[in-house]
Design a binder for this molecule. Structure first.
Ligand SMILES: Nc1nonc1C(=O)NCc1ccc(Cl)cc1
Length: 244
C-alpha cells in the first residue's frame, strides 16, 4: 500500500481534504495512507518558532531547517521518495502521477512563507515538483493535487472496471462530452448514438469525438497523440515485416 506523509504547518488542510469522496474511500479501504506532520511538534522554544528572516535580507520568512530535519527523519525510511512542492520543480502531468502511484513511500514537504532553507533541499529532497507556473501561499494544495491525481492510478480506488487509464490525458486525448437524464434539456438532445445501446458504435463515436475535441481545444496534445500513435503503428509494421 502506498504510504504518503505530508510535512506541513497546516495538517488539518491535508487531513480534511483526504477524508472526502474517492480519496476518503481509498484511505478508509487502506488502499492508500495519508498522514500529516507539523514541524511545530519539533520546536523547543516557547514560541514554537518554525521560520526566521532570510540571510541577505529580502521579503518573506524562511522555514527553519532544524524542525524540518526532525520531522523528515521521524517519517523517513530507506525506500522513501522526498518531494518538495515548489514552482521550481518539473510540472505535474498524468505520466508523473502514474509514476508516483507506484512508489512505496512518498514524503511531501510543503513550504510556507518564502520557502525552506536550501540545506534541507540539498540534504533530503529527491525531487522538486510544481503543479503549475504560479506562486501559491504554500505547497499544501500542490501536495493535494498530486495525491488526488496519483490515487486514481492505484488499483481499486476508482470503481470496478473504471480506470485512470481511460481518464483524459492518460491516452493522450481529452474526454468526449458526457450526458445523463433527461433526454432533452434546454432544447438540446442527447446524441442518438449514446442512447442506441450499440457498444461498438458508441465506442467508435467516443474515440472520434474525443479526438475532435482534442484537436479543437488542445492542438498541442493532438499533435503529440498523432506522433505517438504513428510511432506505435510503424514499430508494429516493422515487427510484422521482420517476423518470419
Ligand atoms: N506552484 C507550485 N507548485 O507546487 N507548489 C507550488 C508553490 O507555489 N508552492 C508555494 C511555494 C512558494 C514559493 C516557494 Cl520558494 C516555495 C513554495
Amino acid at each position: 500500500m502506498l504510504k504518503v506523509d505530508v510535512i506541513t504547518l497546516f495538517p488539518e488542510m491535508i487531513e480534511g481534504a483526504v477524508s472526502h469522496g474517492v480519496l476518503g474511500q481509498a484511505v478508509k479501504s487502506d488502499l492508500l495512507s495519508v498522514k500529516a506532520h507539523t514541524p511545530r511538534e519539533f520546536t523547543e522554544d516557547k514560541h514554537r518558532t518554525v521560520d526566521d528572516r532570510p540571510f541577505g535580507g529580502g521579503d518573506g520568512m524562511i522555514m527553519l531547517a532544524e524542525p524540518l530535519k526532525k520531522t523528515i527523519e521521524k517519517v523517513q525510511h530507506n525506500t522513501s521518495k522526498v518531494v518538495y512542492l515548489s514552482p521550481q520543480g518539473r510540472t505535474l502531468n498524468a505520466a508523473i502521477a502514474k509514476e508516483f502511484s507506484k512508489e512505496e513511500h512518498l514524503i511531501f514537504i510543503c513550504g510556507r512563507y518564502g520557502g525552506i532553507d536550501q540545506r534541507i533541499i540539498n540534504e533530503y529532497v529527491d525531487e522538486e515538483l510544481s503543479i503549475g507556473d504560479y506562486v501559491l501561499s504554500g505547497g499544501e494544495l500542490g501536495a493535494l493535487v498530486i495525491i488526488d491525481a496519483l490515487a486514481r492510478f492505484i488499483p481499486g480506488v476508482l470503481g470496478h472496471g473504471e480506470s485512470a487509464e481511460k481518464d483524459s490525458f492518460s491516452d493522450g486525448l481529452l474526454e468526449q462530452p458526457n450526458f445523463t437524464r433527461p433526454r432533452e434539456f434546454l432544447g438540446q438532445d442527447v446524441p442518438e448514438v449514446l442512447v442506441g445501446g450499440n457498444h461498438k458504435v458508441i465506442g467508435e463515436w467516443k474515440d472520434k469525438v474525443s479526438a475532435l475535441v482534442t484537436l479543437k481545444k488542445r492542438p498541442d496534445l493532438f499533435r503529440e497523440y498523432i506522433k505517438v500513435e504513428t510511432e506505435k503503428y510503424n514499430s508494429l509494421k516493422k515487427k510484422k515485416t521482420a517476423a518470419p
